[in-house]
Design a binder for this molecule. Structure first.
Ligand code: FES
Length: 80
């Protein structure tokens, strides 16, 4: 799986750092380092979204830091 989090300025203001930290922790806790390619990008061209832009295997999501756990459960754990 390929997971990209936007860390550009608009997304930074909406909490991308917390999103990245939480995702990194969840990947570690679930020992998924080998199956998820995790990276940051400086803009996903979705700055108009009101949350942090995230792309998972080509599909776009928009997340608040507090939504990361349910995103991880629904989109990653249930599909791996
Ligand atoms: S800064 Fe995040 S989508 Fe543009």
């Amino acid at each position: 799986m390929k997971l990209v989090v936007c860390v550009g300025s608009s997304c930074h203001l909406r909490g991308s750092r917390q999103v990245v930290e939480r995702l990194r922790k969840l990947i570690e806790e679930n020992k998924l380092e080998d199956s998820i390619e995790f990276s940051g990008i400086f803009c996903l061209n979705r700055c108009q979204a009101d949350r942090v832009s995230v792309k998972l295997d080509g599909k776009y999501f928009s997340l608040l830091p507090e939504e990361v756990d349910s995103f991880f459960q629904d989109e990653i754990m249930s599909k791996k």
